[in-house]
Design a protein around this ligand. Structure first.
Ligand code: SF4
Ligand code: FES
Length: 359
């Protein structure tokens, strides 16, 4: 099991596809150090092996080193998901000493101009290049995470080269998922069919060329797929998210589903929430499914796809993911693709906002 620990929603960047909710938590709402420490212990007892220290920007928390040490001390494999902003030599040393196992560094583009425009933060690209060096020098395994979308997908070959240049062992080419802030920028971000085909081919080619050098994880554009992805590996099956205020969610976007009640680690133990929480049991297993999922031979492969996408597009979370060719709502996905038009000009993003942007 893996736990995404959203330590804060504060972030110096303002990516227009941020997976954080539109209603961001403030600093005053965040869990305190001792509360996170307890949660890490409870996670380890529950069977979590892998914790993603994420945000927002986790480095915005002054206690990041202490939290990393606590997670590591509980026996969890620690992955820091970061933009790099807020890390320096001294802090990297402290994180390495605290037992940090892995760093996942986001890149928004392949040059300064493109990256800083998407991230909404001048100087961000240069800082990231420097942080990659710091990670490399401390021999901490590095993953480069590149969210791909209409405005950077044509650079896929350069993105792959950049990951090699930075000394990453793994590259995540993740096509933008339309949850959180990406939903309000769909028109600007949705890749074309041709871009998706080109990216898939480029990834396949690079996987062969870079065997033994770079592992490439590829999250394809599900809008163009025949079947949906098994979002979260199935609801309440192998993953959970804890938001900055301690609310425990089956996925990062679950709050968009009306009627679900989310428990908080301030009130209950993680085990109680995982096993008995209403939200976790709402779509666990296959009992909740309607047709066509209920009798489909893929129901334990993709678990009906993504509940949040079903909610956002088809209007009900218990429907089949509308990406699925068997879904009666597939036409809505096709309409969304068609509405892209061909005369696209680089449009302005609606950047992610935050009540407090930490710089
Ligand atoms: Fe998956 Fe449901 Fe489609 Fe079957 S019908 S492939 S279970 S989304
Ligand atoms: Fe919530 Fe897929 S993003 S289930």
């Amino acid at each position: 099991m893996a736990m995404l620990a959203e330590l804060t929603h504060r972030c110096p960047l303002a990516c227009p596809y941020c997976s954080n909710p539109l209603d961001l938590k403030t600093r005053a709402e965040e869990l305190e150090t001792r509360e996170w420490v307890r949660v890490f212990g409870e996670a380890a007892d529950l069977g979590v092996l892998h914790v993603h220290l994420s945000g927002g920007e986790p480095a915005a928390r002054p206690d990041l080193v202490e939290l990393t040490a606590a997670a590591s001390g509980s026996g969890l494999y620690t992955n820091l998901i970061t933009s790099g902003i807020g890390l320096n030599e001294k802090r990297m040393d402290a994180l390495a000493d605290a037992g940090l196992d892995h760093v996942q560094l986001s890149v928004q583009g392949v040059d300064e101009q493109a990256a800083d425009r998407v991230g909404g933060y001048t100087g961000g690209y240069r800082r990231k290049m420097d942080v990659a060096r710091m990670v490399r020098e401390r021999r901490i395994p590095l993953t480069v995470n590149a969210v791909c979308h209409r405005q950077n997908m044509d650079d896929i070959h350069c993105i792959i080269d950049l990951a090699v240049e930075l000394g990453a062992r793994r590259l995540e080419v993740a096509t933008v998922q339309f949850t959180g802030w990406a939903t309000v920028n769909r028109q600007q971000l949705m890749p074309t069919r041709a871009q998706v085909a080109e990216t898939t081919a480029a990834v396949e080619l690079a996987r062969r060329r870079l065997k033994g050098v770079l592992v490439i994880d590829y999250v394809p554009a599900d809008y163009y797929a025949t079947y949906p992805k098994a979002c979260m590996g199935g609801w309440g099956r192998v993953g959970l998210n804890v938001d900055p205020s301690g609310k425990v969610l089956p996925c990062h976007a679950a709050e968009m589903i009306p009627g679900l009640v989310f428990d908080n680690v301030r009130d209950k133990s993680l085990a109680q929430i995982w096993y008995d929480g209403d939200a976790f049991n709402a779509f666990r297993g296959t009992e909740w499914m309607k047709q066509p999922c209920r009798t489909c031979e893929r129901r334990e492969i993709d678990f009906g796809g993504c509940r949040c996408q079903a909610m956002a597009i088809a209007g009900e979370a218990a429907f089949a993911d509308p990406v699925c060719a068997k879904s009666p709502h597939r036409y809505l996905v096709d309409q969304a693709i068609e509405s892209l038009g061909v005369d696209f000009v680089e449009a302005d993003f609606r950047y992610r906002a935050a009540p407090e942007r930490t710089r």
